[in-house]
Ligand binder design. Structure first.
Ligand SMILES: [Zn+2]
Length: 393
C-alpha cells in the first residue's frame, strides 16, 4: 500500500486531530498513526479541495460524520482504487481550475506591477499635454520672463543699441507675422546656438550670427525657434520637468506653484532636448513661415549643411547630440524643391556682423537667487534639437 503524508480530524482523536499517513486498502481510505487507524469506505467517499490554492484534499463520508482525512499529496488521486471515483475526477478538474486561477492571479499582480510604471510613462505625455493646454499665455510669459531673468543673471548679453536694432530689423518680417510676443536677445557666446524660452524670449548666440554667411541663414534658425514658441514646445519641455504634483496643480488651474518652481529651479527645468517630432514640426512650420514672409528658404538648408560639414570645435559635439540631422536636412531639402525663391532680404547683414564684432557685452546681472548650473545651451547645429533648453536652431 502506498502511503501519503496526511492527517485526520475526528472526535475520537486526542485534541480532535492527528498527523499520519493515508493509503487505500480493502475498499477503504485508511488513515494510520502509530498502528491506530481510521477508515472511510471508498464507495460514497466525498472528496473536496481546500487550503491555499486548493492544494489540500479532504475526504469525508456520510457514514462517519465528523471524520475528515486530508493530504497534500496530489498523487493519491492516481491510486487505482481512487482514480475511478467521481469525486477524484472532480477533484482533479478542480485543481486545474485552481491552478489556472492562481496563474491568473499571479498574472494580474505582474500585470499591475508593469502597468503602473507603464501607465505613468504613457500617461505622462497625456498629463503634460493637458496641463500645457491649461496654461494661459499670460502665465506662459511669466514663466518665460522668470527664466530669462535667470539667463540675464548668468550670461552676458549684447546691449549695443546699433547691433540690436540691426538684428531686430533683420528679424522683423518673421517677428511681425508671429502671434507670439517674440523678444530677441543676443548672448555674448561664440558657440553656434540659439534657443527659445516659453512665451517668446529668443536668445541667439553671437557665434551663430558671426558664422552665418547670409541673412537667410539666421532667418532660417529664427523661423525654427519661433515655431518652437508658437507650438509651445518649450513650455511643454518645462512642464515635463515640473513633476506630478505641480502638473496636477496646473490641471486644476493653479499656476502659482509652477511659477514658483520656475523661479526657484529655473533653467535646470529646461535641460531637456526637444523630441524628433518637435524638431520636425519646428522645421516644417519655420519653413512655411519663411515662405509666407517671402524669404528664401535656401539659407535654412545651407546653414545646416555647412554646420554639418564643419569640423570646427563645437560643431561635431552638437551634431553628435542631434542624430536626426540627416533626416531633417533631407526633409528641408524636399520642402525647398517646391518653395518659391524668395526676395532678397532688405537688411545690411554685413553691417549687423560688423556692429556685433564691435559690440560690448553687458555684464551678467545677478538678480535672481537661483543659480542654474549651465544656463547657456549647447551649441547648435542645424535646427537644433538637442540637449538643453536651448537648442540650436
Ligand atoms: Zn528645434
Amino acid at each position: 500500500m502506498n502511503r501519503y503524508a496526511g492527517g485526520a480530524f475526528s472526535p475520537g482523536l486526542p485534541g480532535g486531530r492527528a498527523g499520519g499517513t493515508l493509503g487505500c486498502s480493502d475498499g477503504a481510505l485508511v488513515f494510520e498513526k502509530d498502528g491506530a487507524t481510521l477508515s472511510l469506505p471508498l464507495s460514497g467517499l466525498e472528496i473536496e479541495r481546500g487550503g491555499t490554492g486548493g492544494r489540500l484534499l479532504y475526504f469525508k463520508h456520510a457514514a462517519q460524520p465528523g471524520v475528515i482525512l486530508h493530504t497534500g499529496e496530489e498523487a493519491i488521486l492516481r491510486e487505482p482504487a481512487l482514480s475511478g471515483l467521481e469525486g477524484a475526477r472532480k477533484a482533479r478538474n478542480d485543481l486545474r481550475g485552481a491552478r489556472h486561477f492562481n496563474l491568473s492571479a499571479v498574472g494580474l499582480v505582474f500585470g499591475l506591477l508593469l502597468a503602473i510604471p507603464l501607465g505613468l510613462w504613457l500617461g505622462q505625455d497625456l498629463l503634460v499635454s493637458l496641463a500645457v493646454r491649461q496654461i494661459p499665455p499670460l502665465w506662459e510669459e511669466k514663466m518665460g520672463d522668470a527664466l530669462f531673468g535667470q539667463i540675464k543673471s548668468q550670461a552676458s548679453l549684447i546691449e549695443d543699441a546699433e547691433t540690436l536694432r540691426r538684428f531686430e530689423e533683420l528679424a522683423a518680417p518673421l517677428v511681425r507675422q508671429s502671434a507670439s510676443n517674440i523678444r530677441l536677445h543676443i548672448a555674448d557666446d561664440g558657440q553656434v546656438n540659439a534657443f527659445a524660452l516659453p512665451g517668446g524670449h529668443l536668445v541667439f548666440n553671437r557665434g551663430l550670427i558671426e558664422k552665418a554667411e547670409a541673412p537667410e541663414e539666421v532667418l532660417g534658425v529664427l523661423a525654427h525657434e519661433i515655431a518652437h514658441v508658437e507650438r509651445r514646445h518649450t513650455l511643454r519641455q518645462l512642464v515635463r520637468n515640473l513633476g506630478l504634483y505641480i502638473t496636477l496643480q496646473i490641471l486644476v488651474g493653479d499656476f502659482s506653484g509652477a511659477l514658483g518652481l520656475v523661479q526657484d529651479s529655473g533653467l535646470f527645468l529646461l535641460q531637456q532636448g526637444y523630441s524628433r517630432g518637435m524638431e520636425a514640426e519646428a522645421d516644417a512650420d519655420g519653413h512655411a513661415a519663411l515662405v509666407r514672409a517671402g524669404i528664401s528658404t535656401a539659407g535654412m538648408l545651407d546653414f545646416f549643411e555647412r554646420l554639418k560639414q564643419e569640423k570646427g570645435l563645437n560643431i561635431p559635439a552638437l551634431l553628435s547630440t542631434h542624430p536626426a540631422t540627416e533626416e531633417r536636412i533631407a526633409a528641408i531639402r524636399s520642402l525647398n524643391a517646391s518653395a518659391p525663391p524668395g526676395a532678397p532680404v532688405a537688411c545690411d547683414f554685413k553691417a549687423l556682423q560688423d556692429a556685433l564684432k564691435n559690440a560690448e557685452a553687458g555684464p551678467a546681472r545677478p538678480e535672481a537667487p537661483a543659480a542654474a548650473p549651465d544656463p547657456v545651451p549647447p551649441a547648435p547645429g542645424k535646427a537644433e534639437s538637442g540637449a538643453g533648453p536651448p537648442e540650436t536652431p
